[in-house]
Design a protein around this ligand. Sequence first.
Ligand code: ATP
Ligand code: MG
Length: 273
Amino acid sequence: MSKPTVIAVSNQKGGVGKTTTALNLGVGLASEGKKVLLVDMDPQASLTISLGWQRPDDLQTTVATLMSKVMNGQGINPGEGILHHPEGVDLVPSSIELSGMEVSLVNAMSREKILKQYLENVKKDYDFVILDCMPSLGMLTVNALSAANQVLVPVQANYLSAKGLEQLLDTVNKVKQQINPRLKIEGILLTMVDSRTNFTKDISQLIRDTYGGKIKVFKTDIPRSIRAAETTVEGKSIFAHDPHGKVAEAYKDLTKEVLNHAEKRIKRQSPQL
Ligand code: ATP
Ligand code: MG
């Protein structure tokens, strides 16, 4: 089997649709027959809660427990701590306990690679691993970027802060140079778009112009809809909550774009027969 694609969904700006995208892209890929593992890398545990585990602090094993085991050289059993969602995705959940990890990582050996080490044994069971990052560029996000092959950057079209994006791109470049040379920006995803107005097109163009055409903006953008916000309390994806709505349609299109890229990448990497 070919190597899994590991995608970090990251932007240090809060509330731009990272968690919503990680969840719906994950379920979208699962419904295309792919094996998907989602990892909640945010102590706020929004992804865990959005998938229906409403009391993450009661969970016995979370990503924090698993990362601690890696740091302490303890063994991890196959499937340990991995939850199964009825829509066909697996989840390594998070809880507030993860906030302590940011501090313990500072003194750990290979501190940037703890998550990567954890995934090394786990990811072989999956086609896609999606890491939902917290809104910061601290050690937890650096761990996610070190473990990923790709970064997907949700950006709220209306509040685009070019400066914010620059900081993220800086961090991605540093991780690329120092830790993970194969890391690539998969693309920028415009989220919560009010309508496909000229303004949205201007923002797409602005991003392309500002970053020298080097960074792809996904063709798909995600419309704003109250339906998307409702899914959080239901523990379901948008595909289960509002299957015929425009947000479900958009996440389906995004899934196809991501799949296409991944297939091209795998073709490039596999030796000529
Ligand atoms: P954080 O930085 O806090 O982790 P985030 O970037 O993960 O936030 P989300 O939690 O996905 O962002 O979304 C922020 C809020 O916007 C949530 O309440 C979510 O339900 C809502 N939301 C997400 N996508 C949409 C959409 N397409 N239309 C309307 N509301 C949305
Ligand atoms: Mg989030």
